[in-house]
Design a protein around this ligand. Structure first.
Ligand code: IVH
Length: 667
């Protein structure tokens, strides 16, 4: 009996869309991640078996398409406006006064909503299908970023019940935890850090390769309309509700208020609540609620008279810049670091802040001795954002741009806005590379932390990574504060590392762009280091997680003569170069078969940890027993923590967890 798969496909498509909505828009998932993955795969399989059925707006299409040469510039059907800003309650009251006057005494109600620090976009749906996405551009014309927008997880590509034509205006942003994770990963790879989530989101939306965009967890929230046909709504507060009702991403936090005191109360309330939002909020937007009143008020220049942004003061502090030091990363990038008079900022004392790069220093005209403003938002690393020029001391000195590597004296080259030490023998880079190779998330060499690495390199015992494996008792005995016992332990740790699984070695090599998770998948797919080292770009891009850029990095890494010499020497030293059976298991991973219990307050949503543990082969259970492998304990952990202690179950702090999965090399 042959059954037609069309109805089954339609049902499945609807089901996956519903769960996407529950998860991404309403944050109320009904099924487990594993159950969702099964449904999703079923949908994928069915689409593969019956390409004629596949809906071009299926959720499986959120993977990006072919790269573009450039973005097309497209005229906005309805101009995209900007907002005037105010920073004080007095200015806000002036605005409210102007509104009242403009409406000749008619009482007015307001909608108060968060101002997301992201990028404005306009998204057009025709007959319920997403057909176009534009950036704001100059307000008249924007760039066509449809392919990039289509990769955004919380943006459905097709929506039931929408009018014939509707354009949504909203903000694209990178959620805070994703931003922090992305910067951690970039730091580890020696890549430049994004100064804030907005820059990270902007940089991402400008990528011409939507497959790269798909890898970054952008999100969008709609708060306004552009061109519309076949639909009308009377107020901004109704629009918020309607957006959510359609199952589209809208603001969950908005207030409907009257009068000056209503507005002021709401923006104060928002200022407290915004710390719990997954996005960075830099203010409140106050909008006249009724659209007919908005029309009466009209606009001036580029901004409407019916709305205003009230900006909250960011977490900043002023302090003295004493000196500038330079950090050399694993790949040679030189980061200038401000050494500051310690100052309290967002609840912690800050004595160092990044100056990002030398172009930023020149642009902001920062000098040693200056009073500078440092800012920290959420998990963002503290940064120097400006200089108080009025209070510049007469003896302030310009920050000298190093002409040579501050650690090894080698030549520097300029790459985009960064300076990079090009020397192959740079001791600064070497120390970072050794630290990375030896840390717990990679080769896990006991006894070889930052201090030991420094001693070994400074004593001249290690000039190349492979010399770790040639270290002898006598050499170690010559080191300061090195007892016999610790020397023996270190050598034992080094010997033990020779038989680590292949993925750890791949990760430890520090190939640019290759983290722990990708290392595992490389180990699984190529099974030996010699096969991986001779893989071509096209071999590599066959693997799910590898895009063309990463593939090129891997190929060029293995083509380097120094890499080749290193591999020959490591093989001679007896390191394991092949994947063992357990590594080849499909759901293998650092946590393969491990049971976790989560407790206490973690600095990212629990779902995030659950996902990560699962993606590394582990599982998360509800209660602690002797069979639990790890308890991951956040702040204020309670009874589960004491149970773990009494049962002798290993307890991980969040930091230790990150080390274990290799997201944090402790550099
Ligand atoms: S309304 C006609 N509402 O802030 C009004 N803008 O500084 C146009 N923004 O370009 C904008 N959250 O990118 C509006 N709830 C919100 C917003 C918001 C963030 C951005 C938007 C705008 C910029 C103006």
């Amino acid at each position: 009996m042959s059954s037609t798969p069309a109805p089954q496909y339609a049902r499945l498509l609807e089901e996956v869309r519903r769960h996407d909505r529950l998860y991404y828009v309403e944050a109320k998932p009904e099924i487990s991640d594993a159950a969702y993955d099964r449904l999703y795969r079923e949908l994928q399989d069915l689409e593969q078996a019956h390409p004629e059925l596949a809906d071009e707006n299926s959720p499986t299409r959120k993977v990006g398409g072919s790269p573009l040469d450039s973005f097309r510039s497209v005229a906005h059907a309805v101009r995209m406006q900007s907002l005037n800003n105010t920073y004080s309650e007095e200015e806000l009251e002036d605005f409210l006064g102007r509104v009242e006057k403009g409406l000749v005494g008619q009482a007015s109600e307001f909608a108060i909503e968060p101002k997301i620090d992201g990028l404005a976009v306009s998204v057009r749906f025709e007959n319920g299908r997403l057909v176009q996405g534009l950036t704001r551009g100059d307000g008249e014309r924007g760039d066509d970023i449809t392919e990039n927008l289509k990769t955004i997880r919380n943006l459905p590509l097709s929506v039931r019940g929408l009018p014939k034509l509707i354009e949504f205006r909203g903000e694209v942003y990178l959620p805070e935890p994703a931003f922090a994770a992305m910067n951690r990963a970039r730091e580890k790879k020696g890549e430049a850090l994004f100064a804030n989530p907005r820059n990270a989101a902007a940089g991402t939306l400008k990528l011409l390769d939507s497959r790269e965009v798909a890898k970054r967890p952008l999100a969008v929230i709609f708060y306004g309309l552009g061109e519309v046909a076949g639909f009308s709504v009377e107020t901004q507060n109704d629009l918020h509700r309607q957006i959510l009702q359609w199952g589209l991403p809208g603001h969950a936090w908005f207030r409907h208020v009257r009068g000056t005191s209503g507005v002021l109360d709401a923006i104060r309330e928002l200022n407290r609540d915004r710390l719990n939002f997954p996005f960075a909020t830099d203010g409140a937007v106050i909008k006249v609620d009724r659209f007919d009143q908005q029309k009466v008020l009209g606009q001036t220049g580029k901004a409407p008279r019916w709305a205003i942004a009230y900006k909250y003061a960011p977490e900043q502090a002023e302090t003295r810049l004493h000196s500038v030091t330079f950090q050399v990363g694993r790949t040679g990038v030189i980061t200038p670091v401000a050494e500051l008079e310690p100052v309290l900022l967002s609840g912690s004392t800050v004595a160092r802040a990044t100056l990002h790069n030398f172009e930023e220093i020149a642009r902001k005209d920062i000098r040693v001795g200056d009073l500078v403003t440092v800012e920290k938002a959420g998990e963002v690393i503290p940064a120097v954002i400006s200089v108080n020029l009025k209070k510049r001391p007469s003896d302030s000195r310009p920050i000298s741009v190093p002409s040579h590597c501050p650690v090894c004296g080698g030549p520097l080259s300029k790459e985009e806005v960064f300076l990079r030490c090009r020397s192959r023998d740079c001791v600064g880079q070497l120390k970072r590379r050794l630290q990375h190779f030896a840390h717990r998330g990679a080769m896990d060499i006991e006894g070889m932390g930052e201090v030991m690495v420094g001693q070994l390199v400074d004593a001249g015992l290690i000039q190349h990574l492979d010399q770790i494996y040639g270290l002898t008792d006598e050499q170690l005995a010559g080191l300061e504060r090195m007892g016999e016992k610790s020397a023996a332990n270190l050598l034992e740790g080094i010997a033990a590392s020779k038989s680590r699984p292949l993925w750890r070695l791949i990760f430890g090599l520090g190939i640019p762009q290759v983290g722990a998770v990708l290392s595992e998948s490389l180990a699984r797919n190529f099974r030996s280091l010699s096969k991986l080292s001779s893989a071509t770009v096209s071999d590599l891009t066959q693997i799910n997680d590898v895009g063309p850029k990463v593939a090129e990095e891997i190929v060029s890494f293995f083509q380097e003569p120094s890499t080749r010499r290193l591999l020959v020497s490591l093989e001679k030293a007896g390191l394991n170069f092949t994947a063992r059976k357990e590594e080849l298991a499909e759901r293998g991973g650092v946590f393969s078969g491990k049971k976790f219990v989560l407790t206490g307050t973690l600095d990212q949503p629990r779902e995030e940890f659950i996902r990560r543990i699962q993606s590394l082969g582990g599982s998360v259970v509800g209660s602690v027993s002797a069979k639990t492998d790890y308890v991951l304990a956040g702040e204020e952990a309670g009874s589960k923590l004491s149970q773990a202690r009494s049962l002798g179950v290993p307890i991980l702090s969040q930091k230790e967890f990150e080390k274990l999965v290799g997201q944090d090399t402790g550099e």
